[in-house]
Design a protein around this ligand. Structure first.
Ligand SMILES: Cc1cc2nc3c(=O)[nH]c(=O)nc-3n(C[C@H](O)[C@H](O)[C@H](O)COP(=O)(O)OP(=O)(O)OC[C@H]3O[C@@H](n4cnc5c(N)ncnc54)[C@H](O)[C@@H]3O)c2cc1C
Ligand code: SF4
Length: 334
């Protein structure tokens, strides 16, 4: 049985306390929210903090609100709350759907939005016990020097495996960060980096406080997920598709892939293929083809990588077709 190492657990009641505790702990400190990713990682010695600072008693992370310019979600909201909130289901159904597709009900009851958006990248050579990793002399992401997926590569290719992050990038959400130096807003797309080790652009002491969602004014988005077991698994491919409607035509569009790179990967050519169209069949096919080309899954998650690449075309097509059907339904019944 894997056991947690000994560590000091702190539960600050305010943001200022949390920042001070993390600063005191230095590089040996880590924030925790629901702990559904950090604690398993600590058991496998991926992360070895001596001090763990909980964010769960800080009121600013727990709330949500509706504003004229959109909605605000506290990052301490559990995935269950995000997925079941009637407002979210009506106006931000892609986010609710992505949250609903994460893991199992028990983990969604504990796991938070913030933890999901800051989720560690994953790899078959990394998400293993300490002894397993030691037997292969570890790898570059933790304790070792080589990448077993691409041995001549200078970088780590561990995979972004968050279900909700691709949706946030696709819809153009913004993240509010608070750190020792003050506050800043970052577009979701700039919060992530295509590097399996340094996969977030945030500073280690910064807290992801809230997510600002654009007002639901004529855009629509969907999320589709490919995985082996529908009840449980991480995505091996996620597709977030967003369109801004102008009358019956697409004024703007974004396609973002999860599970194929170290960050949620936007494919600008795929979005461009939809602009100015009514999502006719040939536009959908051109979009799917454009998304397929740069989709380059590596051999470090479930399923055969060439099949996963092929599935990009199919999953993107299905996602955009769903957007098209939803537009038809809305037009027919309003
Ligand atoms: C069996 C299993 C299956 C899973 N399946 C999926 C899946 O299908 N899809 C998926 O997306 N995830 C999956 N997960 C991962 C995880 O459960 C979820 O992503 C969950 O939302 C993580 O949230 P958390 O609050 O538990 O994060 P934590 O474990 O508390 O934190 C995760 C990371 O984020 C940091 N962090 C958390 N909150 C903040 C914040 N507000 N500011 C700054 N840093 C922060 C922590 O320091 C840590 O590094 C799975 C996990 C398990 C164990
Ligand atoms: S991609 Fe390479 S360096 Fe990164 S976790 Fe996997 S084996 Fe390790």
């Amino acid at each position: 049985m894997l056991r947690l190492p000994f560590f000091t657990y702190l539960q600050p009641r305010t943001l200022a306390e949390a920042l001070a505790m993390k600063a005191d702990a230095g590089p040996d400190g880590a924030y925790v929210a629901g702990g559904t990713d950090l604690y398993p990682n600590m058991k496998r010695r991926h992360q070895e903090p001596r001090t763990v600072v909980s964010l769960m008693a800080i009121p600013e992370l727990a709330g949500s609100g509706k504003r004229e310019a959109g909605s605000v979600l506290g990052t301490g909201l559990t995935l269950t709350k995000v997925a079941s909130d009637p407002w979210m289901r009506e106006h931000y159904s892609a986010i609710a759907r992505a949250a609903e597709l994460v893991s199992t009900p028990l983990l969604r009851n504990m796991g938070t939005l913030g933890g999901n958006l800051c989720l560690d990248t994953r790899c078959n050579y990394y998400n293993q016990s300490y002894e397993w990793r030691k037997a292969i002399d570890f790898c570059m992401k933790k304790d070792g020097a080589i990448c077993w997926v691409a041995p001549s590569s200078p970088r780590c290719w561990a995979v972004s495996s968050s279900d909700v992050a691709p949706v946030m990038v696709a819809i153009g959400a913004e993240y509010r960060l608070v750190g020792p130096g003050g506050e800043r807003m970052v577009p979701a797309g700039r919060f992530y980096a295509n590097d399996g080790i340094d996969y977030l652009t945030k500073q280690p002491d910064e807290i992801l406080l809230e997510v600002r969602l654009p007002a639901p004014n004529g855009w629509d988005a969907v999320y589709h997920k490919l995985r082996r077991r529908g009840s449980f698994d991480f995505p091996v491919l996620g597709v977030a598709a967003w369109v801004q409607w102008d009358g019956g035509r697409v004024a703007d569009a974004r396609i973002v892939l999860g599970g194929v790179a170290s960050w949620p990967q936007e494919v600008p050519e795929a979005g461009a293929a939809l602009r100015g169209t009514r999502l006719e069949n040939d536009a959908v096919a051109a979009c799917a083809e454009a998304a397929y080309r740069p989709s380059k899954p590596m051999d470090n998650t479930d399923f055969d990588l060439s099949w996963r690449k092929q599935m990009t075309r199919v999953w993107v097509r299905r996602a955009v077709e769903e957007l098209s059907q939803r537009a038809t339904t809305v037009a027919r019944f309003t």
